[in-house]
Design a protein around this ligand. Structure first.
Ligand code: B12
Ligand code: SF4
Ligand code: SF4
Length: 378
């Protein structure tokens, strides 16, 4: 007879073989997870903003994401896998160049992370199926990489992959938090792993560094204030109250992870080609990004997470970053955007022009070379 132990071991060995850095097993028993209530409270407080997919409900009115069983009723265990995407490039908070913007580390790669992870999960799934088949055991599985209504970080915590930091990211003591997560739901009871202890201690660096004060309390993030949400998920107008704090970010934000001691001291880097930056995406020049036309955008970001912002969304973000640069050399590019066909982009460009024009005259030349204090940690 095949034991829960053997199944779990097979999954973990297959994960390692597939090039995944971490793997663990969590039970599908959310009633035992005290944090689950936090999710319902988070939704009720409106923290999901316009991300309607987060609020989907079952026919009985329960939040779909509050249990994996709502979408996969046969699920008994979740195999959580993680892969490190941290390349050996500097952190955003250590770079200060007013001519350049910032694209979040997770979006640099040659391959979208869903595509990088899914084939690896499939390899693990195939090994389990092969083993179960040999013993004549019926097995159902379902793989998700951010593609299903499940709280991946919560399962990752209970699978012993790491703890949920005050910045809400899943942190592994050896690797840090530059991790993509993927889950395989199974109908079998596998041997479960133990959660690891919280190692944030008294640190509050992420909370203090967040430019938009999006981390309301430890582990509680108001997505509506988060630069990752504002520059990626939010369609249309970005509220003026957040534009200054967006700083140089044109897609996503890494600040609360850049400042985390678990990423600063000991984060492991990967040399895997799929996560190395595509040409021009690491700390990109704002002028070059503004010059990109729609067709070039399509080619440059084919298969990249950056496409989620859409062409107009990226232009909108570039306009905001130019406005925050203190660099009046961007005025011609902004004037072009301000007369373009997209009303949202034009509106943000006008805001940026006004901001640059209102700079005191004497700081104009200085500002092109002076470091911008857009990043919280300094
Ligand atoms: C919606 C979403 C977002 C939203 C909202 C983020 C958020 N914190 O909720 C936005 C667009 C802002 C976002 C941003 C980012 N995201 Co995102 N996102 C998701 C998604 C689709 C759902 C997350 C979710 O359920 N949020 C709802 C909240 C309530 O859930 P939660 O954060 O897990 O909350 C738990 C804890 O807070 C905990 N808790 C409750 N109370 C307390 C109290 C304490 C003290 C503690 C410690 C914990 C705690 O319980 C909660 C319930 O489970 C997941 C994929 C998935 N299906 O899970 C990816 C995911 C979380 N994102 C990911 C990434 C990489 C990012 C970014 C780094 C991208 C970027 N650089 O721009 C940023 C990170 C910003 C941040 N600090 O979280 C990775 C995270 C990897 C990791 N190491 O944690 C995921 C898992 C995608 C993946 N498959 O790899 N994301
Ligand atoms: S990703 Fe940026 S804006 Fe969002 S919580 Fe972290 S530091 Fe704040
Ligand atoms: S910066 Fe400090 S408080 Fe924030 S997640 Fe990292 S260790 Fe935890």
């Amino acid at each position: 007879m095949l034991s829960a132990e053997q199944l779990s071991l097979t999954a973990k060995q297959a994960a390692q073989h597939a090039g995944l850095d971490l793997a663990g097993v969590a039970p599908v028993r959310e009633e035992d997870f005290p944090e689950i209530k936090a999710f319902a409270d988070w939704i009720a407080a409106g923290n999901a903003g316009e991300m309607a997919y987060m609020e989907k409900r079952t026919e009985t009115g329960e939040l779909k994401r509050s249990s994996a069983k709502n979408s996969v009723p046969w699920a008994k265990s979740v195999i959580v896998c993680a892969i490190n995407y941290n390349t050996a490039h500097p952190y955003s908070v250590d770079l200060h160049d007013p001519a350049r913007g910032w694209i979040s580390r997770y979006a640099w790669g040659a391959m979208d992370y869903h595509n990088a992870l899914m084939p690896r999960l499939r390899q693990v799934e195939a090994s389990l199926r092969e083993l179960a088949g040999r013993y004549g055991i019926a097995l159902e599985t379902r793989c998700y990489v951010d593609t299903g209504p499940v709280l991946e970080r919560l399962y990752a915590r209970y699978a012993g992959i790491g703890w949920i930091g005050k910045n809400t990211c899943l942190i592994n003591q050896q690797i840090g938090s530059w991790l993509f997560l993927g889950v395989i739901l199974t109908s079998l009871e596998l041997r479960q792993d133990e959660p690891v202890p919280d190692r944030c201690g008294s640190c509050t660096r992420c909370i203090d560094a967040c430019p938009t004060h999006a981390i309301l309390a430890p582990g509680q993030l108001d997505a509506r204030r988060c630069i990752a949400y504002l520059t990626i998920e939010k369609r249309g107008t970005i509220e003026e109250e957040f534009r200054d704090s967006i700083g140089h970010h044109i897609f996503g934000c890494d600040i609360c992870q850049d400042v985390c001691p678990w990423n600063r001291k000991s984060a492991v880097t990967t040399s895997s080609p799929e996560f190395q930056p595509r040409p021009g995406l690491f700390h990109p020049e704002l002028q070059s990004m503004a010059d990109i036309g729609e067709e070039q955008y399509r080619q440059m970001f084919r298969g990249s997470p950056v496409k989620r912002a859409k062409f107009a969304g990226l232009k909108r973000n570039i306009a905001v970053a130019m406005g925050n640069s203190g660099n009046r050399e961007f005025l011609p590019a902004l004037e072009k955007m301000a007369t373009g066909p997209d009303l949202t982009v034009a509106g943000h460009a006008r805001w940026a022009i006004e901001k640059l024009r209102s700079l005191p005259e004497q700081t104009e030349s200085e500002s092109a070379t002076k470091p911008q204090e857009t990043c919280g940690s300094g």
